[in-house]
Every structure is written in structure tokens, then in C-alpha cells.
Design a protein around this ligand. Structure first.
Ligand SMILES: [Zn+2]
Length: 171
């Protein structure tokens, strides 16, 4: 990286250095969905054209970017910031699951789409959330056909993601 930066013009380098030093200062976490933002609420949560009754639950903000890039999802998100992974000492309390339950309790959310990765941790996380939301009147679905087992959402191609969201099924 240092070798690459040595070839960048000085002015660009200074702009880059300035942005870099502000990266953490200006980056906030959306108070509703926990996506990255520079405001109190992210651009998706504050967009009136998005459907707040449909919430897609993902592990990371990279997953939000991937689904947004695919461009056919009309709802909003909930970013967990990881997945349940006993091997890495990450339990449900380390993730934003409690705030998801709170969002559902508020009564606006009609459908939860569990779009965690299709690996072991992602499946365990989806199952845990389904159980945590048991008894609430919200429809819960899991992303469907299209995503091979073990694949990470972030690296799936656009068409596969569109298919996976369209063919979600109740769990
Ligand atoms: Zn948000």
C-alpha cells in the first residue's frame, strides 16, 4: 500500500489522508438499523420511498451494499454486525439482536427476511432470531434458492441475490 501511495499525486494524497483521519470521527451507526452512516439515521432508513414494514436482516454493512447493488429490494435493513459463533466467543448478546426484537415489538414491521450467510454461523444466527421473535405477529422468511451453502452474501453476484430474495420462504 505504501508503494502504491508513493505514486499518487501529493494533492490527492492529502485529500486521502484528510478523509482517512475523519473516517472514524464522522462514521456513525444508524440508530434504527445499525448500518454505517454519517447522520443519526442512514440514507435507507430516512428514505420515504423505502418500505419500513419489510426488514432484511444481514450480518454486515457490506451485505447491505451487495443487496443494494442488486437493486430490487424495496424494504429496509437490520445489520447485526456479525453472526453467532461460539468458536470465536460471539454470542447473541454481542450482536444487534435485542434491538431487532424491539423494532418488531413497535408493531411497524410485518416481515423479517433473514439474509444471514448460508454457512453454519449464519444458519445458527437465523435460527436464533426466529426463536427470539417467536410469538410476534411478524412473518419470518429465510432467503431462498440461488445461494449455495457456505457462500457469503457479500460475494454473491447480483442475479443470485435477486433470486434468493424473491424465493425466500417462511421458516
Ligand atoms: Zn438505518
Amino acid at each position: 500500500m505504501a508503494f502504491y501511495l508513493l505514486r499518487v499525486p501529493q494533492r490527492d494524497l492529502e485529500t486521502f489522508a484528510h478523509s482517512l483521519s475523519n473516517l472514524k470521527k464522522l462514521t456513525k451507526i444508524c440508530k434504527i438499523c445499525h448500518n454505517l452512516t454519517d447522520q443519526e439515521q442512514c440514507s435507507i432508513c430516512s428514505d420515504p420511498s423505502r418500505d419500513p414494514t419489510q426488514v432484511c436482516v444481514v450480518e454486515s454493512f457490506q451485505d447491505v451494499l451487495a443487496i443494494e447493488k442488486a437493486g430490487s429490494y424495496p424494504g429496509v435493513y437490520h445489520v447485526l454486525h456479525g453472526s453467532i459463533s461460539p468458536l470465536n466467543n460471539i454470542g447473541p448478546d454481542e450482536l444487534y439482536i435485542e434491538t431487532l426484537v424491539k423494532r418488531v415489538k413497535q408493531g411497524i414491521v410485518k416481515e423479517i427476511i433473514l439474509a444471514t450467510n448460508t454457512n453454519l454461523e449464519g444458519e445458527a444466527t437465523a435460527l436464533y432470531i426466529k426463536q427470539a421473535l417467536d410469538g410476534h405477529k411478524t412473518e419470518i422468511s429465510r432467503i431462498g434458492r440461488g445461494l449455495p451453502t457456505g457462500v457469503e452474501i457479500e460475494y454473491a453476484d447480483d442475479q443470485t441475490l435477486v433470486q434468493a430474495l424473491l424465493t425466500r420462504k417462511s421458516i
